[in-house]
Design a protein around this ligand. Structure first.
Ligand code: 7TS
Length: 418
């Protein structure tokens, strides 16, 4: 099998971004009579033809259930499914494939964690620490857990730039803190959190750390061993893969101790009415027929991304972010929300008192797709005391022309709405 390392090193350092863009058929379509400018990558990425072809190939050649058939199709499917798990393991530098659990997505993975780990380890009076920046997926499962357990959810505050306030974070750590669960990168504003420092501080106090990597895995090299996080979660659909598939990474020692989340086929070794013996990792957490196509094709998405190189992707997206920030800032009345020193390719903004929905609707009429609203971060919007933002989020397949089109559309919208 080809490993991600081999793919990365076989490529030259310089990337032909024009050619890369050609891989995305959807970028050739028109919206409202204008060529599409897709700047909603933080919500979901587009898919290259290599990924689309892999879906067709799976259903045309070896569609069958996995881990249960002696027949050739099932064996081929099982092989591809487990080969993809190996690719994920390499992609995040986990130490074992047993530490890689296929889930429905980041939301599914966090719910698994809250339900399984949380129910076992959280007791009355314990505290779980999240931040003001979190996506609802990294708030509500912990709220539900705390409610049931009479535990407390504590919130790390942020400053005006959207950065975590380090001193306040340290002050919130106590003997009662059992888990810290924070985003690697904020989806609404783009700041990159100092996750390595957070993990170091937490581990000195025997606190476990979950990192929500939904917005980081598509954009930068992830190394869970170097980071030393206890759990890491992310979604396939944000990184050129299919929807409905995601990953829970967990250190083996924690996953071993955790009880299963869902019961059913696949997660058992033997079942009798007297006693059921659960399966080994990772299958203990994968009850029922999995999203086979999703898991396999996530492997193809990983091959695609590592083929370009995560360092190259990161660099390109930063170039686009800097250019767009500069251009947007030159317009009158622009208020950027989230100006952290270290940022990912997300640009959230408001213009005067124009409502984000009105701006988004006009941009769409001009073929420019952005997200508007609270971005599933209502507590964050409440902190800034705003109804939401207009969010342009960039991917490596965007280009300078997309930025020109965004700026032109925002200018027109300002004229129409002011
Ligand atoms: N965590 C973060 C940081 C996210 O950005 C998202 C999705 C999730 C969790 C949930 O991921 P899912 O794949 O399980 O849905 N973020 C967004 C967004 O910014 N716009 O739409 C979805």
């Amino acid at each position: 099998m080809v490993t991600t390392k081999e793919i990365s090193t076989s490529l030259s350092a310089s990337v032909d971004w024009k050619k890369v863009r050609e891989d995305f058929p959807i970028l050739k379509r028109e919206v409202n009579g204008k060529p599409l400018v897709y700047l909603d990558n933080a919500a979901s990425s587009q898919k290259p033809k290599q990924v689309i072809d892999a879906i067709v190939h799976y259903y045309s050649h070896y569609n069958a259930n996995v881990h249960r058939g002696v027949h050739t199709l099932s064996q081929e499917g099982t092989h591809a499914f487990e080969a993809s798990r190996l690719l994920v393991k390499e992609f995040i530098n986990a130490s074992k494939t047993e530490e890689v659990i296929f889930t429905k997505g980041t939301t599914g993975a966090i719910n698994l964690l809250a339900y399984s780990w949380g129910r076992k380890y959280i007791q009355e009076g314990d505290e779980i620490l999240i931040s003001q920046l979190e996506h609802h997926s990294n708030i509500v499962p912990w709220q539900m857990l705390c409610e049931g357990k009479k535990a407390t959810l504590k919130i790390v505050p942020i400053n005006e730039k959207g950065e975590l306030i380090w001193d306040k974070f340290l002050q919130l750590l106590s003997d009662k803190t059992k888990l810290i669960s924070v985003a690697h990168i904020s989806n609404a504003l783009g700041p990159v959190n100092p996750v390595k420092n957070i993990i170091q501080e937490a581990h000195q106090r025997n606190i476990l750390v979950h990192i929500d990597g939904a917005q980081a895995a598509p954009h930068q090299k992830i190394d869970v061993q170097d980071m030393d996080c206890d759990f890491y979660t992310f979604s396939g659909h944000k990184m050129c893969g299919p929807t409905g598939i995601g990953i829970l990474y967990g250190k083996e020692k924690w996953l071993e101790e955790m009880p299963p989340f869902e019961g059913g086929g696949e997660m058992i070794k033997t079942v009798s009415f007297e006693k059921t013996i659960y399966n080994d990792l990772p299958f203990k957490f994968e009850a029922g027929t999995p999203h086979i196509e999703g898991a396999i094709v996530l492997g193809d998405a990983i091959k695609y991304l590592t083929g370009i190189g995560l360092e190259n992707i990161s660099k390109r997206e930063h170039e686009l972010l800097h250019l767009a920030t500069k251009e947007l800032n030159s317009l009158d009345g622009i208020r950027l929300i989230g100006t952290a020193a270290e940022k990912s390719s997300v640009l959230s903004f408001l213009v005067g008192d124009i409502h984000p929905f009105d701006m988004g609707t006009i941009l769409d009429k001009m073929g420019v797709a952005v997200r508007t609203g609270h971005h599933c971060c209502q507590p964050l919007m409440a902190w800034f005391d705003i109804p939401g933002t207009v969010r342009a989020s960039f991917s490596f397949y965007n280009n300078e022309n997309d930025i020109d089109r965004l700026i032109e559309a925002v200018k027109k919208a300002i004229k129409m709405l002011s």
